[in-house]
Design a protein around this ligand. Structure first.
Ligand SMILES: *[C@@H]1O[C@H](CO)[C@@H](O)[C@H](O)[C@H]1NC(C)=O
Ligand SMILES: *[C@@H]1O[C@H](CO)[C@@H](O)[C@H](O)[C@H]1NC(C)=O
Ligand SMILES: *[C@@H]1O[C@H](CO)[C@@H](O)[C@H](O)[C@H]1NC(C)=O
Ligand SMILES: *[C@@H]1O[C@H](CO)[C@@H](O)[C@H](O)[C@H]1NC(C)=O
Length: 367
């Protein structure tokens, strides 16, 4: 009897100790790790690109002002591998983060971790729950230790029924570790997850929790045939129904925060020009990302955002955080043997001037 009492007292103490160790930052604090404002994806492969893109974003931000600025930069770090018990960052990640942090009005820089889950080295389904959690913890430790990075963006594709259970286990644990003072002692970091507008679901938003958000690919929505461009009018119709769907899904979870990814440079279905790799004389003409004189994708997208999110685009408590700009790319977007152009947000003539006065604006943004 006494022995059992001592035993259960001991058990209680162990339980209390565990609870104390794993006490997370409160949701009110964690939610502040989420960046508000416009964002961009950057995939630099050398210092020259870091310098060039820093100069372009600086020029834009100084002209656009704090509310229309590109405030959040997602920088490619590495692909995920399931054997990474001691993961490392990409060689350029921290150098890029250090450079980009000095851009006026850039408030957050995050590391991108990509993977195609169908690849054997990245198939999370082959890991047990405890191994998935250990993999998440190893990544949390690496990125929490960085003073230059504010968080991580995961691009683990496809987010489909085949991989959902293991992806959600990984996402939930990583987001939670980013809220754990024992891991992130300098304060919580954010976790964002790249996903399609029809794939994002309440389970994903709930796994991301208060310090997480979805970065939603509102491009590559449809094409009139394999390899062919979507017209700006088709894009507009598709975008509208997709954003409406996303808003209703996000509203179904406690936090449900999202950034809207738009094609400021070429994607698979929205592009200005496609050039055959084997025969450069073979060209498919698409539509400009921006034009003042003919239908183009970004003005079409902004019109849809005005119609769907306009009222809430200026609310500080909104679930809509801003737009994410695809992209600053070093590699080509290759589709069915064709190279899609333009490769960079500011390659399109007139784009910067247009954005300086038309980029979605957050009326009240936290620093
Ligand atoms: C934005 O950047 C400008 C120029 O560096 C600076 O004066 C201003 O305080 C910044 N505003 C915010 C909200 O960060
Ligand atoms: C909202 O959640 C409920 C319950 O989980 C589900 O049945 C419904 O389909 C969801 N709606 C949307 C728009 O996701
Ligand atoms: C969006 O709405 C705002 C305010 O109503 C307006 O100033 C802006 O021109 C609109 N933009 C587009 C692309 O329709
Ligand atoms: C705008 O915000 C209000 C209040 O938070 C909410 O009820 C409404 O659904 C939101 N609309 C959109 C389009 O997000």
């Amino acid at each position: 009897m006494a022995k059992r009492l001592v035993g259960s007292l001991f058990g209680l103490l162990v339980l209390l100790a565990k609870v104390a160790v794993s006490a997370l930052y409160s949701d009110n604090i964690a939610v502040k790790a989420t960046p508000m404002g416009n964002a961009a994806w950057l995939y630099p492969e050398n210092q020259q690109q870091i310098d060039d893109w820093k100069a372009q974003v600086t020029k834009y931000n100084l002209a656009a002002g704090a509310e229309r600025a590109i405030r959040v930069l997602y920088v490619y770090s590495t692909d995920l591998e399931i054997t990474y018990t001691k993961p490392v960052m990409g060689a350029l990640t921290e150098a890029a983060a250090a450079a980009f942090r000095t851009i006026p009005n850039v408030t957050h820089v995050a590391a991108i971790i990509d993977s195609w889950l169908g690849a054997s080295y990245a198939n999370l389904n082959t890991l047990s729950t405890s191994k998935l959690q250990a993999l998440a913890d190893a990544h949390a430790q690496l990125y929490c230790a960085s003073t230059l990075l504010s968080g991580v963006q995961l691009d683990l594709e496809p987010y489909s029924p085949t991989y959902k259970t293991s992806v959600l286990t990984f996402v939930k644990r990583l987001a939670q570790s980013f809220r754990d003072p024992a891991v992130c002692s300098r304060g919580p970091k954010f976790l964002s997850f790249f996903v399609g507008p029809r794939q994002a679901d309440a389970a994903l938003f709930n796994a991301l929790g208060p310090n997480g958000f979805a970065v939603v690919s509102c491009y590559d929505l449809d094409s009139p045939g394999p390899g062919l461009p979507e017209t700006p009018q088709q894009y507009k119709n598709n975008l509208k129904s997709n954003v409406q769907f996303l808003v209703s899904t996000a509203a179904n979870s406690t936090y449900g925060k999202f950034s809207i990814g738009l094609p400021f440079s070429a994607a698979a279905c929205e592009f200005e020009t496609a050039i055959s790799i084997t025969d450069p004389s073979k060209v498919i003409a698409g539509y400009p990302m921006y034009s003042a004189s003919q239908p183009s994708y970004i003005p079409a997208a902004f019109e849809v955002l005005n119609q769907t999110l306009g009222v809430n685009a200026t609310r500080l408590d909104s679930r809509y955080l801003g737009v994410s700009m695809w992209g600053f790319l070093s590699r080509d977007v290759l589709v069915s043997g064709y190279r899609h152009l333009p490769k960079n947000v500011f390659d399109t003539p007139g784009m910067m001037t247009y954005l300086v006065s038309n980029m979605p604006k957050k009326a009240a943004m936290k620093p």
